[in-house]
Design a protein around this ligand. Structure first.
Ligand SMILES: Nc1ncnc2c1ncn2[C@@H]1O[C@H](COP(=O)(O)OP(=O)(O)OP(=O)(O)O)[C@@H](O)[C@H]1O
Ligand SMILES: [Mg+2]
Length: 277
């Protein structure tokens, strides 16, 4: 395939048979989403995510909601600028081409040799210390980013030669950038709950507590979070409400001038409260 992002038409033609192009490896093929990797001109590899857009409501929707690929591109760029390890964005694009219809596409650089954390959790002992991951989450929150889907499948782990495991966040399609750090806000709490809910079955409580301390939670905030975890459900009705709340807060935070909120989103980063359920 040609350079990612440059040859969209070619890419879309080849899309009907992903895996067929030289060096292409199909990662995910679902209705509406195709993910594959391919070779970059510099010899590295790219991850290409292609989303089909629904033609019926798209013409209306695109006036109000930015492209998903564009949003993710901007969020990842913001993380790169702030030194937060993530899937490095290369390009995004959108268009229409028959017979594929409307599409949007995001290209990022592959994290070489990385495995998604959810797969590693199935192999006890491979990743034993997640303090570094929680520090990464804190740095993401400190630069104003809420992830919105912080599940282990959206965290990649690589193993640099002779070093400790390295973590990278990916898949920011539900994320937002706020004008200031969000570490003491409900949005940060939602991310932590999403993550700890899925880690907790694999590790003793004292390990999770130590990692939350690495994030910067004090004892009472940790207790609050663990208590909230008992009532927390990452999917379904409540997940939609949490996403809705984050979308609304992000929209309010973008309002210009004196109407900008001076409340929780605007506070300097501090330990999050666990009241965000
Ligand atoms: N930068 C990257 N380096 C290596 N692999 C990646 C990278 N980005 C994505 N992947 C791989 O592609 C898969 C899908 O990527 P991503 O999670 O961004 O897309 P998605 O369609 O939103 O997936 P899902 O809905 O299943 O979470 C990941 O699980 C991972 O295996
Ligand atoms: Mg994902």
């Amino acid at each position: 395939m040609t350079a990612p992002g440059a040859g969209i038409d070619t890419a879309l033609d080849e899309m009907s048979a992903p895996g067929a192009g030289p060096g292409q490896i199909l990662i995910k093929a679902e209705y509406g989403t195709l993910v594959w990797s391919e070779i970059l001109q510099d010899g590295g590899r790219a991850i290409v995510k292609l989303y089909r857009r629904r033609p019926f409501y798209d013409p209306l929707r695109r006036w109000f909601i930015p492209y998903r690929a564009e949003r993710e591109f901007k969020l990842l760029s913001h993380l790169v600028r702030n030194g937060v390890p993530c899937s490095v964005p290369l390009s995004w694009s959108h268009g229409r081409r028959d017979p594929h219809g409307l599409y949007e596409m995001l290209v990022t650089r592959e994290v070489a040799g990385a495995t998604a954390l959810d797969k590693l959790l199935q192999r006890p002992g491979v990743v034993a210390d997640l303090s570094q991951l929680l520090r990464l989450v804190r740095s993401m929150h400190d630069c104003g980013v809420s992830h919105g889907g912080l599940a282990p499948r959206n965290i990649l782990v690589s193993f640099p030669a002779g070093g400790a495991p390295a973590f990278h966040v990916i898949d920011m399609s539900y994320g937002h950038v706020f004008p200031r750090g969000i570490a003491a806000t409900r949005m940060a709490t939602f991310d932590l709950l999403d993550l700890v809910y899925r880690l907790r079955p694999h590790f003793p409580a004292e390990h999770c507590n130590a990692w939350l301390a690495a994030y910067g939670l004090d004892d009472s905030a940790k207790q609050g979070l663990m208590h909230a975890l008992g009532r927390y459900r990452p999917r379904g009705h409540w997940a939609h409400l949490r996403r809705g709340e984050t979308d609304l807060r992000a929209a309010i935070a973008r309002l210009p001038g004196p109407r900008s909120p001076r409340g929780r989103d605007s506070r300097p980063a501090g330990p999050p409260s666990a009241s965000g359920t």
